[in-house]
Design a protein. Structure first.
Length: 450
């Protein structure tokens, strides 16, 4: 059973070519941040194209609990009337962030430097994930946390009474850690500095600048230093959310492995801290083209065309690229299974602490489909079987993880026998239109018991 209702077994199978336009949802990272940053402004922020999956809806509900006015005005259209930096009210009830690690970690950071208390929980998957990587740095601002072993949810945070700025070197390449520290620094006087060894997705820095915060980035041999000047008055803005490159990965990768396919995904964010998958696919020999390249709201955007690519080759994916494609490794593994030769993914230990242990989940599922894999704590190797060479026929465990579920359903579009997933219900949390969108392109994917 999933955290949001009964299990939904799903099955996909090889069918005709995938053709058409895939209008994927708005970017989840930008959607979360639009709501949270809007809640910390003085005035009204208007949002277009918000992803309305359960993860983001849970963040909207949380912002209401902290005192902001959050209203849906139309499909993908929202308005947020903020309470200002340091203006959060103490929630009257527990904050349930559902399945969203991004939501809960960013919200913890945002409230950590305010003199209020809040208790956070989530579904079974989120409650199993350690939060120490967030509670450790926010404690430097003066926040205190009380939770289960390793800081697991349910967890209560008591915000700092008199926060001061901090300098924090992130021990892991994580945009969530970086964002939590910067959000906590907003209500601390002086300059808070976050240091990261390698670049992670930079939506927080870009968007904070757009809202009027002073954020400066300095690249040195010792790492990237991000300096935030605290206690700004954030100014509300109008936001158009670009389409999510992580969601786009599924129709794109499906087109690459389903014979005869030609799919266009318009208005995709090509933020360089998010585009590692597409660089990797091109290196493998994928037929990808970027059309109508432009900039919208400070983010590079293009229309992405993907065509069936039967001659892809396995490659070694360098560790420094991992942060820019950390959510896309599961579906890359599916493409790798349809390539010729081995694809070795390096520097992927962060996958061990996502919604599930994604390395283990993909390894066990691919083995069940007839694919040979190798894994270490920090690497994952898939031995490709060539275009259409994967036998399939197994049942993959989604482990309450939407990306695992969608990746195996994509695999089924190319396998000799159908591929089943034990529970597709977590897909609703991040990509609620996945099933009808893929069906419109011509894919055979459906609930197993329908």
């Amino acid at each position: 059973m999933s955290g949001h209702g009964p299990a939904k077994p799903m099955t996909s199978r090889k069918g005709g070519a995938l053709k058409g336009v895939a209008n994927v949802p708005g970017d989840k990272s930008v959607s979360h941040r639009s709501l949270i940053f809007g809640a910390m402004t003085v005035g009204e922020t208007k949002i277009e194209g918000l992803l309305e999956g359960q993860d983001v809806l849970d963040t909207a509900k949380a912002m209401r609990a902290f005192g902001a006015e959050v209203e849906r005005t139309g499909e993908g259209q929202w308005r947020v009337h903020g309470v200002g930096v340091g203006g959060f009210a103490e929630p009257e009830d527990v904050i349930d962030c559902g399945n969203s690690g991004t939501g809960v970690r960013l919200i913890m950071g945002a409230m950590a430097s305010s003199p209020i208390a809040a208790t956070f929980t989530g579904d079974a998957s989120l409650r199993s994930r350690p939060m120490g990587r967030i509670t450790d740095p926010i404690s430097l601002f003066g926040a205190r946390s009380f939770g289960r072993v390793e800081g697991r949810l349910p967890l209560t945070i008591i915000g700092a009474q008199n926060p001061g700025p901090v300098e924090y070197r992130s021990p892991v390449p994580s945009a969530q850690v970086k964002s939590a520290v910067l959000l906590a620094g907003l209500n601390a006087p002086g300059i808070t500095t976050l240091i990261e060894a390698e670049a992670t997705r930079d939506h927080t820095e870009r968007m904070l600048k757009g809202f009027g915060a002073k954020v400066e980035t300095e690249v040195t041999p010792d790492g990237r230093y991000i300096h935030l000047t605290g206690q700004p008055e954030l100014t509300p803005i109008d936001i158009t959310v670009p389409r999510d490159p992580s969601s786009a990965a599924f129709p794109v990768c499906a087109a690459l492995i389903a014979e005869g396919s030609d799919v266009l995904v318009p208005n995709i964010s090509l933020n360089p801290t998010r585009a590692g998958l597409y660089t990797t696919l091109q290196e493998m020999g994928a037929d990808l083209t970027f059309e109508n390249e432009r900039e919208e709201g400070g983010e590079p955007v293009a229309d992405l065309r993907a065509k069936f690519s039967p001659d892809m080759k396995g490659i070694e994916v360098p560790p420094e690229r991992a942060a820019s494609m950390i959510d896309e490794f599961p579906v890359l593994s599916v493409v790798a299974a349809n390539a010729t030769g081995a694809t070795k993914m390096l520097g992927v230990k962060e996958l061990r602490v996502k919604e599930s242990d994604r390395i283990d989940a993909m390894a066990r599922g691919l083995e069940d489909m007839g694919v040979t894999v190798e894994e270490t704590e920090d690497t994952f190797t898939v031995h490709g079987m060539g275009a259409g060479g994967v036998p399939g026929g197994g049942i993959a465990e989604a482990r309450l993880d939407h990306r695992i579920a969608m990746s195996f359903l994509v695999l089924g579009f190319s396998t000799q026998k159908p591929v089943s997933v034990d529970d597709g219900s977590p897909i609703d949390t991040s990509f609620p239109i996945f099933e009808p969108l893929m069906q419109e392109l011509g894919a055979s994917v459906a609930r197993s018991n329908s």
